[in-house]
Design a protein around this ligand. Structure first.
Ligand code: ATP
Ligand code: MG
Length: 424
């Protein structure tokens, strides 16, 4: 009896080679785009102290209450968590290494995030984000820069049908005023509130506004608006962000119910939403988090950031008919005989030195069966090397997309392959 097979963990996907080409292309595009705005890469661990996320994201949030992969390290008892998002880790790293010492920082990262949610299209337990964080900037210009740069990326990727919603969460004092009014209002509608909302009524009422429960939407939309409690500075900040967006022709909608699911946000928040991925329509989200650095133990410093969901973005591109890009081979080398194999290896390595993509047949077999593999590959040409070629110190060059085969001297080989490449 054979051993039972072992499957991947539910909600955690393999990205197979064909699709991985699309990921590589996407990551290259994103890197060039970010460099165009002077953002620099930072790489944090996938695992952090659980306390970091509790403190940063907030105890009474979906992520911390029910989505985190937390565990005690069985070797030393440390309380650890697979990162559910990148901002907390990024801020932790910036503080730990004192990166804000003499200059603000524009940073980005990409990689896996982990949340124990119900898997469905666009919602996985391991997913990928590109995260962008600007630390040490207080003005509305950086908020606007982040939004404008998103618009450029959508453009670059050819993504249409994505709408921008913005809101402001004001500052701590106005949120406290709003909180009191919100609790008073929600108490009057207790019977409509679901279990989560009941539980959060006094611990984190703002989170209730982030609920997606259809039964609560009416109550939520009539709730007292934070917008009505804003201080003058926050209003000015928000207006300045809008002015820059308008200057750049960026269309947006102010959604006073947009509060985001994490506690660290204040002032500007934004989401880019498409109607084409069902309930998983938010492809990119972020905002300002001026209090977080101090909350994690640093000297107070303002900051702003956003993250986009890579799976959701790629799903959109695929819906638009984008194919997985292929990186075709230039050359498939077939060979038979010991000396031919030595020559084949040498030729293949030389061609790679010259920057060509070369697949050297491994595993032996007749010329016929090797040629079948060459024909089935996406290579532009095959090189055939047998005893005759060894004797002549040459190779047989066989175009695989039409054209006559010819014997080619080694010193002319690169040139001939490049000619074939150009004419294909
Ligand atoms: P949602 O409201 O869809 O649950 P969120 O507010 O929890 O999203 P954020 O924490 O703001 O999401 O993360 C930023 C982005 O990461 C989201 O806009 C989305 O594109 C993506 N994302 C979040 N959770 C998942 C997930 N479980 N699977 C795939 N992508 C995700
Ligand atoms: Mg979520």
């Amino acid at each position: 009896m054979s051993n039972p097979t072992i499957q991947a963990v539910r909600g955690m996907n393999d990205i197979l080679p064909d699709e991985a080409q699309l990921w590589l292309w996407f990551e290259d595009t994103v890197r060039v785009w970010l460099e165009g705005y002077g953002y620099r890469n930072i790489r944090m661990p996938l695992v952090e102290q659980t306390a970091l996320f509790k403190r940063a994201i907030g105890e009474v949030t979906d992520i911390v209450e029910k989505e985190m992969y937390s565990f005690a390290d069985s070797l030393n008892g440390d309380e650890l968590t697979l990162r559910p998002e990148g901002t907390a880790s990024c801020v932790r790293a910036v503080l730990q290494h004192n990166l804000l010492y003499n200059a603000p920082q524009r940073l980005y990262y990409s990689g896996q995030m982990f949340r124990h949610e119900r898997p469905q299209k666009g919602r996985y337990r391991q997913f990928h984000q590109i995260g962008v964080e600007s630390l040490g900037f207080s003005g509305p210009d950086i908020d606007a820069e982040q939004i404008v740069m998103c618009a450029r990326l959508w453009n670059k990727l050819g993504i249409r049908d994505v709408a921008l919603q913005i809101n402001t969460l004001g500052d701590a004092a106005s949120r406290l005023r709003h909180r009191d009014k919100l609790i008073e209002y929600l108490e009057q509608h207790k019977e409509i509130l679901d279990a989560d909302a009941q539980r959060r009524l006094y611990s984190n009422p703002l989170r209730i506004l982030d609920s997606k429960n259809p039964a609560m939407q009416e109550v939520i939309s009539a709730a007292p608006k934070l917008m009505d409690e804003l201080d003058e500075d926050a209003i000015k900040h928000f207006e300045a962000v809008q002015a820059i967006l308008k200057l750049h022709g960026i269309v947006f909608e102010i959604n006073p119910r947009l509060v985001r699911g994490l506690d660290y946000y204040n002032r500007t928040v934004f989401e880019w939403i498409t109607t084409r991925l069902g309930a998983q329509g938010t492809i990119c989200a972020g905002g300002r988090y001026d209090g977080l650095i101090e909350q994690i133990g640093g000297k107070p410093a303002p900051a702003c950031g956003f993250a986009m969901g890579v799976e959701r973005l790629l799903a959109l591109l695929q819906e638009d008919g984008m194919q997985n890009p292929s990186v075709p081979l230039d050359v498939y080398v077939v060979h038979q005989g010991e000396q031919a194999q030595n020559l084949a290896w040498r030729v293949a390595e030389d061609l790679r030195d010259a920057g060509l993509r070369v697949l050297l047949h491994c595993g032996g077999g007749s010329f016929k069966s090797q040629m079948k593999k060459a024909d089935g590959s996406d290579a532009i040409c095959a090189l055939v090397i047998g005893d005759d070629e060894v004797a002549a110190n040459a190779v047989m060059l066989k175009p695989l997309r039409g054209g006559e085969q010819q014997r080619v001297e080694l010193n002319e080989l690169q040139q001939k392959i490049r000619e074939l490449n150009l004419s294909k």
